[in-house]
Design a protein around this ligand. Structure first.
Ligand code: F0G
Length: 350
């Protein structure tokens, strides 16, 4: 059967004039069992990875962007704008290009991963790098939206979260029910909000029997929700979640409390360790921010948090190729060797 993206698949929940749909066939991403990581987390525990890096622009943002851009087309908007730590801008740039909309993105100068910057530029967006952080960029973007100059497609646009709910629907279908726990990184807090709303919706319609407990993880240098106050100068190697004043803060608290879950922080060291672990143990390369979910469950597992029979889904929000600089920095460099069999075998220690 032909797959035509999340708006067609979940049309009941994402109403729109079908002529306005702008899609790159996002969604329908694999839910991969991670046996070796599961064994580390605990006996009888099953860990699954939702591979959101396999969306068309390499992150989960495509789910919300297809709907936000389609709705902008439906409303006859001519231009779209966002503030971004990189992935939203990459997704906006691609969908706006396809829709023929003018596209403007504001990014924190020097703080977005190389792959994401290339995407926004290659798709033809006007990219403005500001001497400030994501939170400052979002404030400016809100004002541009209020003045009616362009449609804001950050997750303050409700269509973004509506689209992102589709990931929860897919997981429910892939597992046959909700997992026991759902772990994910938290930045602007839109995704945790969207997942929780998605699960609740499926639950209220009898599509799943149970609800998961939501486990959100912030980077310790950018952990406003954990600290209970905005962070003026957020810092972390996981630049995607380098955010000090999340727009969906209150909704994230609601997701945490209603699901009886938690929001905790993980250090950059723990994030990088998890990033390498998932790549080397289970063969999947995600970006640093995504590994916060893995770092988080590893931290909880140390305190025997999980028990046999638990099913944990970790959303790996973005692909590892987004951030080649971090990848290269954390590993041994290649061995340089002459094209000579003997020398090569020696270098291989074979
Ligand atoms: N993981 C990745 C790879 C992200 O790009 C983001 C957010 C998150 C996690 C956090 O999701 O904001 O919904 O809590 N990136 C945004 C951006 C902020 O501009 O690309 P969230």
């Amino acid at each position: 059967m032909n797959y035509n993206g999340i708006i067609v698949k979940y049309s009941k929940y994402l109403p729109i004039d079908p002529r306005c749909i702008v899609t790159l066939n996002e969604g329908n991403t694999p839910l991969l069992h991670a046996p070796r990581l599961s064994a580390l987390i605990g006996k009888g525990v099953k860990v699954y990875l939702k591979l959101e890096g396999l969306n068309p622009t390499g992150s989960f943002k495509d789910r919300g962007m297809t709907y936000a851009i389609s709705k902008a087309v439906e409303a006859k908007s001519q231009a779209v704008v966002c503030a971004s730590t990189g992935n939203t801008s990459a997704a906006q740039a691609a969908y706006a290009a396809r829709a023929g909309l003018r596209s403007y993105v504001l990014i924190p100068k020097g703080k977005i991963a190389l792959g994401k910057l290339s995407q926004a530029l290659v798709h033809g967006s006007r990219v403005l790098a500001i001497d400030g952080n994501f939170d400052e960029a979002l404030e400016i973007v809100r004002k541009i939206g209020e003045q009616g100059l362009a449609t804001v497609v950050n997750s303050i646009n409700p269509y973004r979260l509506d689209g992102q709910k589709s990931a929860a629907f897919e997981i429910a279908e892939q597992l046959g029910d909700a997992p026991t726990y759902h772990a994910l990184p938290v930045g602007n807090a839109g995704n945790i909000t969207a997942y929780w709303r998605g699960y609740k919706q499926y639950h209220s319609e009898g599509m799943i029997e149970k609800l998961p407990k939501m486990l959100g993880f912030q980077a310790s240098g950018s952990a406003p929700i954990v600290l209970g106050r905005p962070v003026k100068n957020p810092e972390t190697i996981a630049t995607a979640i380098r955010i000090g004043n999340p727009a969906s803060w209150q909704y994230a608290l609601q997701a945490r409390d209603e699901s009886k879950g938690l929001i905790d922080k993980v250090t950059d060291k723990e994030i990088l360790k998890a990033y390498h672990l998932v790549a080397s143990l289970d063969g999947y390369f995600c970006e640093p921010a995504s590994a916060a979910s893995i770092a988080g469950i590893l931290k909880l597992a140390k305190n025997k948090f999980f028990k046999s029979g638990d099913v944990i889904v970790c959303t790996l929000t973005g692909h590892g190729l987004k951030d080649p600089d971090t990848a290269i920095k954390g590993v041994k460099p290649p061995i340089f060797v002459k094209p000579d069999l003997k020398k090569i075998l020696k270098a291989m220690k074979l």
